[in-house]
Design a protein around this ligand. Sequence first.
Ligand code: ATP
Ligand code: MG
Length: 388
Amino acid sequence: MRDVLLVRYGEVFLKGTNRPYFMKKLLDHVKEAVAPVHGKVWLGEGRIYVADFTDMEECIRRVTKVFGIHSVSPAAEVEKEDFSLICRKAAEMMSGLTGTFKVLARRSDKRYPLASPEIMMQAGGYILTHTKGLTVDVHNPEHVMMIEIREKAYLSVLRYPGQGGMPMGTNGRACLLLSGGIDSPVAGYMIAKRGVEICCVHYHSFPYTSERAREKVLELARELSDYCGPIRVYVVPFTEIQMEIHAKCPDNNTTLIMRRYMMRIAEQIARQEGATALVTGESIGQVASQTMDALVCTDQVVSMPVFRPLIGMDKSEIIERAEKIGTFATSSLPYEDCCTIFTPKHPTTHPIPKQIEESESVLEREALIKRAIAGTECVRINPGESEI
Ligand code: ATP
Ligand code: MG
């Protein structure tokens, strides 16, 4: 008898001829996730199993962060030949609980002498007579003792939800514009959840933004890497570009021109990285630079598609998601962002692309971008290594 984890994965995307490819990726990611707690991972019938870990709680925490995993249950693995042993173990696992319960049985070993209804009846009866404070409710129970007869018998009561989504690396690569705010980490999480590998670009304006602002962004990338695995963050010096825009362009257009520069640089870095799309944390109407007209004007300077997973979300919904994935606390640290430093008093909300083009034509675009990219630093972020 030993403790194992039963790991359930989504069925939908695992159908068809791509199944072995998805399964291999998923299995590899579970193995990577549990390596620090020395978990042994294998694939059974319709389940992934993890055993021999040094720390069950930590192991569950890690597996539930793997994209493509739907739920995880800690289970007791019991020899199935002796049914009385199964009943005793089931009663032991239920003994601390009160309220209503039922037993559910699933028998994938069809040669097993007891059919599922018999397993449910007999184990249910045993639990009822050998525990205190539990009554049966087959329709709406508070606790479900799940008995699965597979290679061995697996008994579980608890179920921890996973992230869902698709295995990381099964859907290409995108480049996330990562600020220190609340939105962009959530956007990165949402795109990565669909199996897209991400790299990040961050613009910093030293000395107007501090070293701590930079560290905050690296910490956000680290928090994302707990889900996605190692991430490369390109830290781009943006001071010169911002100063030039500020000095030479009409005040009400500066934010938009700055955003166009961010896009252009991100596209170049994305190409170097083999990424085929850009991702931002924008949502329609959130600020002046995110009106429909402004977004259209921003997109015009790049040929790559720009994905905005938060486009239809309210700020409160984004915050809720940030709290859930664990990035909210870091995002709420007070350090300044480069956008907030040169913010105009009356930013354009309905820009006309021709006019913006004209406003920015005074800048030496090629040279500015070239210098920013030449000064870019690439930082590799690994899961679990806190930067703050
Ligand atoms: P966030 O909360 O992610 O900072 P926001 O609501 O503050 O977003 P903006 O500052 O207008 O919105 O930025 C919109 C998007 O532009 C961000 O979600 C991010 O994708 C990108 N962005 C903004 N500032 C930076 C930066 N310094 N480096 C990289 N990307 C940035
Ligand atoms: Mg921001």
